[in-house]
Ligand binder design. Sequence first.
Ligand SMILES: Cc1ncc(COP(=O)(O)O)c(C=O)c1O
Length: 312
Amino acid sequence: MNYYFQLARQALCEAVRLIGEGEPSVIAVPRFICSDVPAALRDAGHDVVYYEVDHSMQPALSESAPTCDALIAVNYFGFPSSIDDIVTAWGIGRDRIIEDNAHGLFSRDSNGVPLGTRTLFGVTSFRKSIRVADGGILHVNDGRWALHPTPSQLDPIRRRASTGFVLRSCASALESFTHAPIMNIVRGVKRRVHHSVPLSTSSAWKPLPVSLASVRTLEATECSQETRRRRAEYESISPLIESAGGTLLFPVLPDNVVPYGVPFLGDQTVVRTVVRRIFWRGNEVFSWPDLPENSYESSSWQKNVYLVSFLQ
Ligand SMILES: Cc1ncc(COP(=O)(O)O)c(C=O)c1O
């Protein structure tokens, strides 16, 4: 059962609320994470503890299990997190693991199981993979937990798109039509205009409905076509990154994975070369993530991760 939210962090906080039966909880979050996630959890009244992630982008399971009420396992960039290994090594049940599939719209594991459905609760931020103003999904993967009835305040609503979003959508459409890197020019403007939804306010965790237009766009997105497109982008952009001196975080693209982009390690020189080489393709290159406030504790490699995004 899927429930739509304006943002995936709201879906995540809802999953935490359901697991903790509304009580403040201790949530284990990977240290390699966008700061918006722990910020939303804290704003919702929960405590956050961090666990380490290794170079293979999997939890460092040789370390002791975090003491927590629930754990967030991230499918980085659409590549599956090893949920089975977390359960075995750390003894944390699937009913306490939230599969954070923010990056993995349409992606599946090696058995063909859709990401976001492998534990009791999963979340997907589809606004990261298709051009919509907003959009998060809470996957409730056990009928006994279905929200009856769907809270009516979560019904998708008609929301006027922001100027920034309209501008980016037009530029994206024009880019597809002309094959000129118009998005790269618009991105310069975007840095000034900022986001289309209020992302970083202290109440960003509170459940809000998604825009109807976002749901319609998602429903109209052809999964097999989008899968082909993103996998083909991965195969064609990866060699350009490697020849620029970048190190791919995922040198192999497994069957069933539908990547959000190509993540790589590199210094400023490598990034500039990559940006130059793919300029005419129009893909955005950015540093990921905006690490949490205690990022001084993060490993140095984690501060040098960049992403070539496939968002069109
Ligand atoms: C791994 C991960 N999980 C969850 C989120 C939250 O997604 P949203 O921005 O839709 O709230 C993000 C992005 O901030 C993310 O990178």
